[in-house]
Design a protein around this ligand. Structure first.
Ligand code: UDP
Length: 311
């Protein structure tokens, strides 16, 4: 039975990865310091003898008894709201935490899987974003704490791969949504859905012409699983290429929730908010045989049902 460590396994995506790996017959150990994750996300797994939760900050030295076949390094706050409230933790977990997790992978002979991000492309000047695009990142901007930390995480992952021969994989995650996102997360899906369900104003930041492309969580996790069990090293983009403006998206959510909320405009949270984002997923399709399957309507209806239960 393969054994995996998931850092950040009590988070939104980490907990969905736990579900998938347990279904695939893995034994799963989670380390999470719960600064953005929650035991609610893994409560349904706690009695499973193949599952173990360790409350721990992986920016500190990590040790785990026994064999480990895979280390999935997902630990990191990821909402733009966190970029101002948790900047140092973000920098630490992606630099020190990635170093510790790579060290453990090297010691155990485990495959190391890094959850990187489309933010490595910054405010992209190439559209859609291909993996070869080197990005347009402001190191001293508000988003720099996340973007540069993830860029460092990719560099150190490749250094361990090239210098120490560790089997590594890098996935670049584009906007993802679904059940178990925090309602107070600050990202656009929980904000818009929460506002629409409460009948509050739906807050479009800036002029709403900026675009994003939203992938449903289980599709994304399927991409993770395929990459982790493939021969590929990456980086590989995983995301849904269906792009829309934030103004269109606000209207989509208002329609799906049958809400009477008004759509209002607010200033951008960060001045370097990317103006457009859409993954080129040619590599994921050809190298992993992966593409997203869940439509936005289907995914949002699951997500809306989840948030309804939380309000
Ligand atoms: N956004 C918005 N209203 C909100 C929250 C976010 O218009 O209440 C916009 C935000 O400015 C960005 C996009 O939605 O252009 C996606 O933001 P999110 O925070 O989800 O993540 P990002 O893709 O910027 O990392």
């Amino acid at each position: 039975m393969p054994r995996a460590l998931i850092t950040g396994g009590a988070g939104f995506l980490g907990s969905h990865l736990c579900d998938r790996l347990l279904r695939e017959g893995f034994e799963v150990v989670v380390m999470d310091n719960l600064i953005t994750g929650s035991t609610d996300n893994i409560a349904h797994l706690i009695d499973n003898p193949k599952f173990r939760f360790i409350h721990y900050d992986v920016s500190e030295y990590i040790y785990l008894d026994g064999a480990i076949d895979f280390i999935f390094h997902l630990a990191s706050p990821a909402s733009p709201v966190d970029f101002t409230t948790k900047p140092i933790q973000i920098l630490k977990v992606n630099s020190l935490g990635t170093h510790k997790a790579l060290g453990l992978a090297r010691a155990k002979g485990a495959t190391f899987f890094l959850a990187s991000t489309s933010e490595v492309y910054g405010d992209p000047l190439v559209h859609p974003q291909v993996e070869e695009y080197l990005g347009n990142v402001n190191p001293v901007g508000i988003r720099g704490v996340y973007d540069e930390a993830k860029r460092f995480a990719e560099s150190i992952t490749m250094a361990y791969h090239r210098f120490h021969g560790v089997n590594t994989k890098i996935v670049r995650i584009f906007n993802t949504y679904g059940p178990r996102m925090r309602l107070s997360d600050g990202r656009v899906v929980p904000n818009f859905v929460g506002q629409a369900l409460r009948g509050e104003d739906i807050t479009v930041y800036g002029d709403g012409t900026q675009t994003r492309s939203f992938c449903y969580c289980t599709d994304l996790i399927d991409g993770f699983y395929r990459l982790a069990t493939s021969e590929q090293t990456g980086p590989i983009n995983i995301g849904n290429p269906t792009e829309r403006t934030m103004l269109e998206f606000a209207q989509n959510i208002k329609d799906l929730t049958e809400s009477n909320s008004k759509i209002v405009f607010k200033p951008l949270l960060t001045p370097d908010d990317p103006k457009q984002r859409k993954p080129d997923i040619t590599k994921a399709k050809t190298l992993l045989g992966w593409e997203p399957k869940v439509s936005l309507e289907q995914g949002l209806s699951e997500t809306i049902a989840y948030f309804r239960g939380k309000i």
